[in-house]
Write a protein that binds this ligand. Sequence first.
Ligand code: FES
Ligand SMILES: [Fe+2]
Length: 450
Amino acid sequence: MSKEKVKVVRRPFAGYERSHNVAEDAELTHVGPATPCGEFMRRIWQPVALSSELNGLPLAIRMLGEDLVLFRTRKGQPGLLARHCSHRGASLEYGLPTDEGIQCCYHGWHYAVDGTILETPNDPDSQIKDKLCHGAYPTHEYKGIIFAYMGPPDDVPAFAILDSYDQPDTDFVPFSLYFACNWLQVLDNTQDPTHSCFLHTRVSGTQFAESWGELPELDYVPTPYGMVNINVRRWKDRIWVRTTEMMLPNVNQAGAMWLTAEDDVTFIQTALTRWMRPIDDTHTQMIGWRYFNDRVDPDHKGVKEDVGLGKIDFIGQTEDERPYHERQQVPGDYEAIVSQRPIAVHALENFNRGDRGVAMMRKLIRTNIRAVGNGEPYSSYPRNAAGTVPTYTVDTVVTVPENGGDDRALMRSLGERISKITFDSSELPIEKREAYFAERLADLMENIPG
Ligand code: FES
Ligand SMILES: [Fe+2]
């Protein structure tokens, strides 16, 4: 049903008059094989599992509505194959990993990681293995996560190395969290900064820091491959500028959850990189890394041991970390996101100015879905001169006491000018980027009226 046909309740005690059974926006939310959004998702390397999940046995997984099996050969190479055997369909999750691939349990057909049929031992002289291949996808293992490319085989993009991976003295701890809902609403949350004020502070109590409860000034800016929101908060004598990034089609980088804005900080990069991996239309796995270093977590509040398969070291990210009554009393991101329905129904939403980021992001995704659908080549993330993909997730806190003027205007102006420095620094390698940023910030602060 289109937005125009949705009935709107316009008077008290008139729930009877509201619309029921309104359809979701299939173009943006449906991800199965041959759907427009599924096709778009298949244009980048997507995470499919943590390396730690492959413990000797094959793993039955679903990705973009497709049943697959992930396994590791006895020589250590990951393989990702269509789950059902090309002979008569037995699941390869019951197969036997070999040096070169995996052997089906039923009649012994033996597959290489690229889908080549190596043997058909129930009919050794059969020519069938020379005539067909089993469905297979290339994989790439990086920092404890197994990625796969599931798009057109003649158009495999380079695996993107983000410049945030070059943060010094950082431990990257992989994690995987399950969400019982569509992928897009998990991503929507990342371009919805006002929820931090309410869900994480004013309504549910302070889940991170008191300063998160300040209503921000907000702006939204496109990047070469997505967008950022610029979130500017006044906290006592300081102004905190945070940019949070969305990379098409389903990636988010987010700043430190332990930052309080009680101290000045300069160019603190991301604390999280995560993909909202669509299992299918109504199930999602958030896979990514928590970054551990002294910059994103100066007081060492993070706990590495609490980060991994089905867990992360901050509140409100899974269904099973707390009992239901506690999740009702102190809901977190998981409760808010999953309760938007299995697939959030956009036609029933009523946006206000706080939702500009969500609106912009959906438009961006839709434009790219249509471009891919029209056969336009999808260009991978652009690299800078240093050979990495520049990212734009940065926290900066500066001391700027209120000066009796229009403080909200000052916040907006600082947000715009500080985030411009972030953008201007993007061509530099990470080790030079911070010094450049610090120098430009010092110049800027000299000219702020105090
Ligand atoms: S079903 Fe797999 S070898 Fe027969
Ligand atoms: Fe949140």
